[in-house]
Design a protein around this ligand. Structure first.
Ligand code: IMP
Ligand code: MG
Length: 173
C-alpha cells in the first residue's frame, strides 16, 4: 500500500460537488431561520462539513467532536471519545454530519450520549452509507451516496490516516 496506483475511482470530485450542493439546498429549505448547529464527527467529516456549510443559504453554527471506532479497515465495535463537544446544545436544532456510516456503531453511541440533552431536534446527514448492516436503529435523514461493502478513501476518509487529502473518493484495493 505504498503508492496511489492501488486506488480505483469510485465517486469523482464533480459528482461529490453536485451532491453537496443538492444537500445544501435541501438543508437550507429545512432549517430556514432556525440557525442549526452542524456537528462534524472528526476526523473523516471535516472536508464534507466544510463544503456542506458553504453550500447553505442559511445561517448556522458548527462544532466538532472526535470519535474513534476503527483500526485499519476493521470496526472495533467499541467507540472512544477523543475530543468531546464543548458547545451548549440545549434547545437547538442539531445536524450531525458524518463521512460514512457502516455498522452504525459510532452514530448509535453518539445518539445515546446526546439522548439526555433537551435539543429541539437531531438530524443525521452522511455523505456515504454502506448497505451491509442496514437497516439501522436510527433514521438517516440525508444520504449522499449508497455504496456496497468496500473500503473507500479520499475526501476526508482515510486508511490509517492516509489519503484524506484526495478530492475524489476511491476504492482501496
Ligand atoms: P461505523 O461505526 O461502523 O458506522 O463506522 C463509522 C466510521 O468508521 C466512519 O465515520 C469512518 O470514520 C469509519 N469508516 C467506515 N467505513 C470506512 C471506509 O470505507 N473508509 C474509511 N473510513 C471508514
Ligand atoms: Mg467518521
Amino acid at each position: 500500500m505504498n503508492n496511489l496506483n492501488t486506488l480505483k475511482i469510485k465517486i469523482s470530485s464533480k459528482q461529490i460537488k453536485a451532491k453537496v450542493e443538492q444537500l445544501g439546498r435541501e438543508l437550507s429549505d429545512e432549517y430556514k431561520q432556525e440557525n442549526p448547529i452542524f456537528i462534524g464527527v472528526l476526523n473523516g467529516s471535516f472536508i464534507f462539513l466544510s463544503d456542506l456549510i458553504r453550500a447553505l443559504s442559511i445561517e448556522c453554527e458548527i462544532s466538532f467532536l472526535e470519535l474513534k471506532s476503527y483500526d485499519g479497515k476493521e470496526s472495533r465495535g467499541s467507540v472512544d471519545i477523543i475530543k468531546d463537544l464543548n458547545i451548549n446544545l440545549k434547545n437547538r436544532h442539531i445536524v450531525i454530519v458524518e463521512d460514512i456510516i457502516e455498522t452504525g456503531n459510532t452514530l448509535k453511541y453518539l445518539l445515546n450520549k446526546m439522548e439526555k440533552i433537551p435539543t429541539k431536534s437531531i438530524k443525521i446527514v452522511t455523505l456515504l452509507v454502506k448497505d451491509t448492516y442496514r437497516p439501522f436503529e436510527f433514521t438517516i435523514d440525508h444520504i449522499g451516496f449508497e455504496i456496497s461493502q468496500e473500503f473507500v478513501v479520499g475526501y476526508g476518509l482515510d486508511y490509517n490516516e492516509r489519503f484524506r487529502h484526495l478530492d475524489s473518493i476511491y476504492v482501496l484495493e
